[in-house]
Design a protein around this ligand. Structure first.
Ligand code: SF4
Ligand code: SF4
Length: 100
């Protein structure tokens, strides 16, 4: 089995998330989506900022099996961008691309 490395979150535009600072995600590892929506499951609003300010977030797991970058329920894109949702979820993976 090939060695997998964690895809990084190169940018997140969801500034109202507790893990967001300066358009970067500081959660160590996020979980993405379901079959309906490639949303960021880790999005939260707690009233204060969280995560590790010195670390850039990555994709710990992704449940969007119909994305072409999904490999055994992990993300193989290398890096992803997250933004406001267009599929009905508040924060979503913009790198999502449907499998042909
Ligand atoms: S990727 Fe998810 S957890 Fe990270 S800042 Fe954006 S919405 Fe929040
Ligand atoms: S690019 Fe695809 S596999 Fe990677 S996190 Fe986004 S939806 Fe999941």
């Amino acid at each position: 089995m090939a060695v997998m490395t964690m895809s990084k979150i190169s940018e997140c535009q969801v500034s109202d998330c507790s893990y967001n600072n300066d358009n970067n995600c500081h959660a160590l590892a996020i979980t993405v989506g379901d079959e309906k929506c490639p949303g960021c499951d880790t999005f939260t609003q707690s009233g204060k900022k969280g995560g590790n300010p010195g670390a850039l977030g990555g994709v710990g797991a992704c449940k969007v099996e119909n994305c072409k970058y999904n490999n055994s329920l992990e993300c193989s894109a290398g890096s992803i961008q997250v933004g406001l949702g267009t599929h009905g979820c508040h924060a979503e993976c913009r790198t999502f691309s449907a499998r042909q």
